[in-house]
Design a binder for this molecule. Structure first.
Ligand SMILES: *Cc1c(COP(=O)(O)O)cnc(C)c1O
Length: 239
């Protein structure tokens, strides 16, 4: 596989997103190393992931377990690729995630955390976990409530095969920058509260911000933005 030339559509869109991220960090007065880019590749073919990898992208997010596993098989030669699971997680899929991903962003209840901990193979480093928060308190959306966080975080911190890294949220769409920042600010405060409560915990991650709101998320101290559309283009059919 030869490295693609710098003029492919993906090379251009990835460069634009990197520029957006750098500009947002500068505008927030933060160093450009302060946040990283997770490329959300759900519904997109393994060949595009490979191309992004050749362009220096290393972290990829998948939402559907079977789809993610199939791509991992195709891309098994890319040894330093880092796979994040970011979709809703049912009990019957925890084993595949525990065995094949480095991160999971969507843990929202103790039962799922317990299964991931029990199923994480001994030979692998602990699974990096973010707790998903239903920050806009939308009925029928995934995520723990803010009130549930201290107990859930305390439980996860007792699980040796999990490493609690932080919080993730997908807020309801905001119409302008102020409206977008508000839920991100609350997630930031929730992470601070956990850091105060569990000072020994490795809580260093705020997973927030997507194609339409990454600037707002960076202003509220996101450390990892999850971008799909702006990198890989529109998805064909939202599943
Ligand atoms: C699809 C998805 C993204 C990426 O969204 P875009 O708007 O395409 O950037 C980010 N996070 C999660 C959890 C997603 O499901």
């Amino acid at each position: 596989m030869t490295a693609p030339s710098a003029s492919t559509p993906l090379a251009e869109s990835l460069a634009k997103v990197r520029q957006r991220l750098n500009d947002a960090l500068s505008a927030a007065g933060r160093p450009t190393t302060d946040a990283r880019l997770l490329a959300v590749s759900k519904t997109k073919p393994a060949a595009l992931i490979r191309e992004a990898w050749h362009l220096g992208q290393r972290e990829f997010g998948e939402n559907y377990v079977q789809e993610g596993l199939a791509k991992q098989v195709e891309l098994a030669d890319l040894d330093d690729i880092v796979w994040h699971f970011i979709g809703p997680l049912q009990s019957n899929k925890t084993r595949d995630v525990a065995e094949h991903f480095a991160w999971v962003h969507s843990v929202d209840r103790e039962k799922i955390a317990r299964r991931l901990n029990d199923q994480r193979p001994e030979g692998l480093p602990p699974l990096n976990v973010c707790l998903q928060v239903n920050i806009s308190a939308e009925p029928s959306k995934s995520g723990a409530s803010l009130a549930e966080l201290p107990e859930l975080a305390g439980a996860v911190l007792e699980m040796p095969q999990l490493r609690l890294r932080g919080l993730m949220a997908i807020p309801a769409p905001g119409e302008n920058m102020d409206a977008q920042r508000e839920p991100f600010a609350r997630l930031k405060e929730a992470l601070r509260a956990l850091q105060d409560r569990f000072p020994e915990a490795p809580l260093d991650t705020l997973s927030m911000g997507m194609t339409n709101d990454l600037e707002a998320a960076i202003l509220e101290e996101a450390t990892l933005v999850r971008v799909g559309t702006a990198i890989f283009g529109e998805r064909e059919s939202p599943r």
